[in-house]
Design a protein around this ligand. Structure first.
Ligand SMILES: Cc1ncc(COP(=O)(O)O)c(C=O)c1O
Length: 387
């Protein structure tokens, strides 16, 4: 019998460092208020259900219709017999929406980044990524055969220095649009300028911009007017679209190359067709209902103002993702637990998700949070911090 005591020791070490994690079970649809498995109700401040589409009946119906028409599972990888009409419809809809020639649907945003970033950069290439890019980007870039460097977005001179080095065949710049843990935005105009000057390929992960920003909801690239100049967009669909899976959108040749070489695409079962159909419906809702985006932005501006008014450090956030920086993991955990007791669910985000000593509550705003939800949260947070 294998002795797993070494794992128990490691878990004890995490517990001692206030870094142990556990899953809380939600027993209701996602929304501004959720019921937990213990029967309690909490106002939710840590889901990515930014536009409150996760429980939308129209999306549920679209998914059910597809399940009735196509069954539940796809039962094979996309290249075998798993590609079904809803997958194709979603890919066409996303390509049109993002103004790209083609799109590829993968089972998660994680898989989308893995597929793209392990397949495209090759030996002799250089990948430049933001120091705080998401783990799905970092892990993929580390696994690809190209060299890589990280840059700080507040020091673009460094990025330019790397771009100017002459001996690479190709250069890639990979950034998130809205940074998932800090809620600030990449300066995409600057990245487009650099990419043009140095002939680099620009890849933008719109996980937290899609649906929330831009006149049509296509994300930060659209808001900053540079969508056409971005070579490849990664669009995880599990956040504002409240579906699942991830899209890579870009030139047809890239999509064809991924279909033929990207292991996270080739060697996995196609997502269930009902999820793809639900995503198509969500996409049409975000285009038809810009008022959701407006409510989200109004709520986010209000909450940022309240939190800074309370003297809290919300970093450089300018969006619906608002960190409340608390420093020590122990503090973040204690604040999160006390808020939970007071009826608010805001998970403590600790290393390694964020750098050491920057543990935080990562507050994510929803379009359907009421002013009472926002005010109640601020009041409870103030009370916890002053107790
Ligand atoms: C920036 C970013 N990219 C990719 C992902 C992965 O997407 P998914 O959750 O669909 O795997 C996430 C979040 O999980 C993210 O925040």
């Amino acid at each position: 019998m294998t002795d797993f005591a070494y794992l128990a020791d490691e878990l004890d070490r995490l517990r001692d460092g206030h870094l142990l994690r556990r899953c809380l079970c939600v027993d209701s649809p996602q929304g501004p208020v959720v019921r937990l498995a213990d029967g309690s109700e909490k106002v939710l401040f840590c889901s990515n259900n930014y536009l409150n589409l996760a429980g939308d009946r129209r999306i549920v119906e679209a998914a059910c219709r597809a399940m009735r028409d196509y069954g539940f599972g796809s039962a094979a990888a996309r290249l075998i017999s798993g590609t079904m009409r809803p997958h194709c419809e979603l890919e066409q809809a996303m390509a049109d929406f993002l103004g790209k020639a083609a799109a590829l649907y993968l089972p998660s945003g994680w898989a989308a980044n893995q597929a793209l970033l392990t397949a495209l950069p090759q030996k002799g290439d250089l990948v430049l990524m933001d120091r705080y890019d998401h783990a799905s980007i970092i892990d993929a870039v580390r696994a690809c055969p190209a060299e890589f460097r990280t840059y700080r977005r507040d020091r673009p001179q460094r990025l330019e220095y790397y771009l100017a080095q002459g001996h690479y065949r190709r250069r890639f710049i990979v950034t998130e649009s809205v940074f998932s843990m800090d809620g600030d935005s990449a300066d995409l105009e600057l990245l487009v300028d650099l990419k043009r000057r140095y002939g680099a390929i620009l890849i933008v992960d719109e996980a937290h911009g899609l649906g929330c920003l831009g006149a049509g909801g296509a994300g930060l690239c659209q808001e900053q007017g540079i969508l056409d100049h971005v070579d490849l967009v990664v669009a995880p669909l599990g956040k504002a679209l409240a579906a699942g899976g991830g899209i890579v959108a870009g030139p047809q040749v890239v999509i064809d190359y991924l279909i033929n070489t990207a292991r996270p695409f080739i060697f996995t079962t196609a997502p269930p067709p009902g999820i793809a159909a639900g995503a198509v419906e969500a996409l049409s809702i975000i285009q038809a209902e810009p008022q959701r985006r407006q409510r989200l932005q109004d709520n986010a501006a209000y909450l940022r103002e309240q939190l800074t008014g309370m003297g809290l450090d919300i970093g450089q956030s300018t969006t619906h993702v608002i960190p409340v920086l608390l420093g020590a993991s122990e503090t973040a955990l204690a604040v999160s637990s006390a808020l939970y007791e007071a009826g608010y669910y805001a998970a403590a985000i600790r290393p390694p998700t964020v750098p050491p000593n920057t543990a935080r509550l990562r507050i994510s705003v929803q379009a359907d949070h009421s002013r009472d939800h926002l005010d109640g949260f601020c009041k409870a947070l103030g009370k916890v911090l002053n107790s």
